[in-house]
Design a binder for this molecule. Structure first.
Ligand code: 6PG
Length: 250
């Protein structure tokens, strides 16, 4: 079953964050009711950060924190206290403000000297948590993703090696234009999720959103095009500015 693409157009960025927060609450509550736990992979970026801030402010009393387990879809190759750390951003915006136990939070060990070793270690953490057999992929209840103006998502940047990875869960990915390594979930992990939700806001994303949702360019040039959950939902939360170049722009 291919992913059902669910394009949710919101007017303002705040409306987008509110709609996404409501979806997180719905999915978390449903997952805990059905399976006793909710597994989520967070994204870096300013758009996801706004969502985390809203959840911390509004949902700290309504979410089943003891049954919620936090991972990261990608991380910069920096220690957790670094200003660029996605873990630090999520901790400051959300995790430090809600009643979640440290044992429910699984940061990427990005302080490790070698990015590939950090990726290997994180892969083992994910395999152990989900009890995966060789060749199996984790099925996250929700993976949150942002999208860069170049169409990258997580740390899957255009024409980088990680796009070709079909068996590993987590890899180190050298990003030439950043002159830096990133640590990222691979596409098979993103596409194994029950639900993937993109958060795309702002005029600077309008051209790439059109390319990703409606353009015919090779997907390697716009990696977000490669995110198609094989048995799950794909939701795009977009605001009016980001949707302004879509052919059916409202
Ligand atoms: C990261 C993110 C990255 C981010 C996009 C969008 O580590 O930076 O994983 O994929 O989500 O670059 O970021 P903005 O929402 O800030 O544009």
């Amino acid at each position: 079953m291919s992913a059902s693409v669910d394009l949710r157009r919101l007017t303002t960025p705040q409306d987008l964050f509110q709609a996404a927060a409501e979806e997180v609450l719905r999915i978390a509550t449903d997952a805990v009711a059905k399976r006793g736990r909710f597994t989520i992979a967070l994204s870096g970026g300013s758009t996801p950060k706004n969502l985390y801030t809203l959840i911390a402010a509004n949902a700290s009393a309504t979410l089943p924190w003891a049954q919620m387990f936090f991972f990261w879809g990608d991380e910069r190759h920096v220690p957790p206290e670094d200003a660029d750390s996605n873990y630090r951003m999520a901790k400051e915006a959300l995790l430090s403000k809600v009643p979640i136990a440290p044992g429910n939070v699984f940061p990427v060990p990005a302080e490790m000297q070698v990015a590939a070793a950090a990726a290997d270690a994180y892969e083992q953490t994910v395999r152990k948590f989900f009890g995966l057999a060789p060749g199996e992929f984790p099925r996250f209840d929700l993976i949150l993703l942002g999208m860069g103006p170049d169409g990258h998502t997580a740390s899957l940047f255009p024409e980088t090696a990680a796009l070709q990875e079909k068996s590993r869960l987590v890899v180190a990915n050298w990003v030439e234009k950043l002159k830096a390594s990133r640590i990222t979930f691979t596409l098979p992990v993103l596409n194994a999720a029950r639900c993937v939700a993109f958060l795309v806001s702002g005029e600077d994303k309008a051209a790439v959103l059109h390319e990703v949702l409606e353009g015919g360019a090779p997907p390697e040039k716009y990696p977000s095009k490669l995110v198609k959950p094989t048995n799950g939902k794909l939701i795009w939360f977009v605001d009016r500015a980001a949707a302004s170049q879509l052919s059916t722009a409202a």
